[in-house]
Design a protein. Structure first.
Length: 298
């Protein structure tokens, strides 16, 4: 452990779905620890990212996108956000500068109003490089919760993301490190990461309702005698009719998902991987609290 005074804190990334929270987290850390896809609600549970630099340590908390709760799954996601906000030292509220505020942005502002004055809150305008009128959009967002510090970035720009990270580092309160200095960048287990990568690749390729009705769980994760790491992941869908769509003609869709996920896992794990995917039906799992616990949402 670093000798002398240390500084540490929890920093929550919040915002409505698909504003780039996970992309920003990955850019700030310089390594991918959170799944991303063009679909909203790719992030379903809190993901912690750890950055330690000298005597300072940030524990970033990536959260699901804030939305109206409609079932047990979305209620769980909202709880993940509120629980994250209960333990933070600073908040990064991300908004999409390509569009004006929506009702979901108003929900975020309403939740953050309770924290204003207690912890620093940065209103971070993302996608500034793609916005036609970024200053006008930022002003509209700022009016939802006046008096916040504002920043404009592109989450995909690692240099800008790390500049924001360094600014946060300087604001950390005095306190002990929460993780050892040599701890990994993220707090997910390899088994959890394998399941999330499979779900990410499936969400990138599936359309309409199906991406949101799938869940993944790692069933086997073991080193075989031939040196190959064997990983078996189940993909759960809610309806029997979703199964052939996920598998695809002659198994083409499932093979494509598996091949893309395996490539990511081999980079992450630095070893050869044999990835087996199985598709199973778990009716209405999103509405069943017990099913959510079985699938790791607890």
């Amino acid at each position: 452990m670093t000798e002398g005074t240390t500084y540490s804190g929890f920093v929550a990334l919040v915002g409505k779905p698909n504003v780039g929270k996970s992309t920003l987290l990955n850019s700030m850390l310089g390594v991918k620890i959170a799944p991303i896809s063009p679909k909203p609600q790719t992030t379903r549970k809190r993901v912690r990212g750890i950055h330690t630099e000298g005597s300072r340590q940030i524990v970033f908390v990536d959260t699901p996108g804030w939305h109206e709760a409609a079932d047990a799954m979305s209620e769980y996601m909202i709880r993940q956000i509120t629980e994250a906000l209960a333990e933070v030292n600073l908040v990064l509220w991300l908004v999409d500068l390509r569009h004006p505020p929506t009702h979901e942005d108003e929900l975020v502002a309403r939740a953050l109003r309770l924290l204003k004055g207690q912890v620093p809150i940065f209103l971070v305008g993302n996608k500034s490089d793609a916005a036609r009128y970024p200053d006008t959009a930022m002003q509209a967002y700022a009016e939802l919760l006046p008096g916040l510090e504002t920043r404009m970035i592109s989450a995909q720009n690692e240099r800008g993301a790390k500049a924001l990270r360094d600014e946060v580092l300087a604001l950390l309160p005095e306190g002990p490190f929460f993780f050892p200095e040599d701890y990994a960048k993220g707090d997910q287990t390899p088994e959890e990461w394998a399941a999330e990568i499979v779900r990410e690749e499936a969400m990138k390729r599936l359309k309409e309702e199906i991406p949101y009705s799938i869940a993944t769980r790692t069933e086997e994760f073991e080193q075989r005698d031939n040196g190959m790491l064997y990983i078996q992941v189940n993909i759960y869908v809610e309806r029997e009719g979703h199964k052939p769509i996920l598998i695809g003609a002659r198994g083409r869709m499932l093979k494509e998902i598996g091949a893309a996920a395996r490539k990511q896992l081999e980079v992450f794990l630095s070893r050869k991987v044999y990835l087996e995917l199985q598709v199973k039906v778990y009716p209405n799992w999103r509405k069943d609290p017990e099913a959510l616990r079985e699938l790791g949402y607890q």
